[in-house]
Design a protein around this ligand. Structure first.
Ligand code: HEC
Ligand code: HEC
Length: 359
């Protein structure tokens, strides 16, 4: 009897819920466009067929935070890409759904709408729609199959409704999941750091930050140590502090290459141990650093560039040119450079509730 009453109540309340969602307003395709809040950034290069909609973005956000994407229903994308740490993982290597570990550091998901040359450290994935389906089937990550995820999502009316709003019908496919997650990830825009405010005259840099800024953007010159900069801009340039290229920043000599990076994808000798030049936005929040997370702090990163560039067959020539003297940075220069890097932290990015879990 008690069970019966309980069941009756559940039916009642779910009908009530259904009324607001289902009965009164029929669930239909919602093609309301989503305007990317790009601020002063240039328009991202996307094809004319590519239209962001609020419904697709919302679906992508649900999927990004959905633990059903993993075999044990215990891990979502956000487990390794946490908003509080710039959508990255502070662990050197991330633990997968079934307790396995990979051998690369989880990348930060920031301003990828402007990334036009492949995804992952080696660029093996051509688009975010393609990329987002890979962690699901990676045995070291979510260790699930697309078919299982689809059948789990099919049991949830809320998902069926959201697929209708996003795509016009409730057929759930891996391709649609990828397209929706791509759209959500494109909305993860960081353009409100102290540095951005400085550029439009709304913030002042401290003396140390300003000296760091000059070092960051000035060329290296071994003959004039006083005027010589750290030339970080050479690779981490432009509004997004990256260059869409794969390079070797002198972490190891050839004999010590363990991860061949871009070479694994292109098979070209010249790509050995080359990795994506990532954005430095929010870099303070996303330790550890490099593809293998070998550096814990920004101080260690700066010391690497200053005095520890390794000569190898693929080390970038700009860095090779610094190896006889190093960057000649004083202790003060080094800490100024770190101060500048910290001006790229964007508090509004990590507290933006549009980016947080919808559940
Ligand atoms: C177990 C941890 C883990 C999970 C879960 C995970 N990722 Fe990742 N992610 C990583 C690692 C590690 C890399 C770098 C891998 C590589 O380069 O081979 C990465 C790279 C990426 C990149 C590439 C960024 C760039 O700049 O090229 C994107 C985008 C991304 N992940 C999105 C997702 C999405 C979407 C999901 C959920 C479907 C997800 N990740 C789930 C660990 C994880
Ligand atoms: C020749 C190109 C080049 C120059 C110059 C350069 N970098 Fe890099 N940077 C890279 C590459 C490539 C990576 C990724 C390397 C890897 O993970 O194997 C990287 C990675 C980084 C990272 C870690 C990013 C992450 O997500 O883990 C930081 C921080 C960084 N660079 C800061 C700097 C600073 C500061 C300077 C100036 C002193 C500088 N870089 C100069 C190419 C360059």
């Amino acid at each position: 009897m008690i069970k019966y009453i309980f069941g009756f109540l559940v039916v009642l309340s779910s009908c009530k819920k259904a009324e607001t969602e289902n009965c009164s307003t029929p669930v239909v395709l919602d093609s309301t466009p989503y305007e990317l809040p790009i601020g002063s950034f240039p328009n991202p290069i996307t094809s004319s067929e590519f239209q962001l909609t609020t419904a697709k973005v919302a679906l992508g956000r649900m999927l990004f935070y959905e633990e059903k994407l993993s075999s044990l229903n215990n891990q979502s994308c956000a487990s390794c890409h946490s908003q509080t740490t710039g959508f990255s993982d502070v662990n050197q290597f991330s633990e997968g759904s079934e307790g396995n570990f990979g051998d690369r550091q989880a990348m930060a998901i920031i301003n990828l709408a402007w990334n036009n040359n492949g995804f992952f450290w080696d660029g093996r994935s051509p688009s975010l729609a393609h990329q987002s389906l890979q962690p699901i089937i990676n045995p070291l990550e979510m260790a699930e199959t697309h078919a299982n995820v689809i059948s789990k999502l099919n049991e949830v009316q809320g998902y069926k409704n959201q697929f209708i709003k996003a795509f016009g019908n409730d057929e759930i496919t891996a391709q649609k999941m990828g397209l929706a997650m791509e759209q959500f990830m494109m909305t993860l825009i960081s353009n409100n750091s102290k540095y951005d405010k400085f550029l439009i005259g709304q913030a002042e840099l401290s003396e140390s930050e300003e000296r760091g800024r000059v070092l960051f953007f000035s060329e290296f010159n071994e003959f004039f140590p006083e005027d010589s900069g750290a030339d970080c801009e050479h690779c981490h340039g432009g509004f997004n502090f990256e260059n869409d290229l794969y390079m070797n920043n002198g972490l190891d000599e050839d004999a010590d290459f363990t991860d061949l990076g871009r070479f694994n994808f292109t098979n070209l000798e010249e790509d050995k141990a080359k990795f994506k030049v990532t954005t430095l936005r929010n870099i303070e929040l996303t330790p550890p650093y490099m593809h293998d997370g070998r550096f814990q702090t920004l101080e260690e990163v700066v010391s690497h560039y200053n005095e520890n560039i390794k000569i190898s067959s693929t080390t970038d020539s700009a860095l090779l040119g610094t190896t006889s003297t190093g960057l000649m940075l004083t202790d003060e220069d080094k800490s100024d450079l770190v101060s500048f890097l910290k001006t790229l932290t964007d508090e509004s990015f990590i507290s933006n509730s549009d980016f947080s879990s919808p559940f």
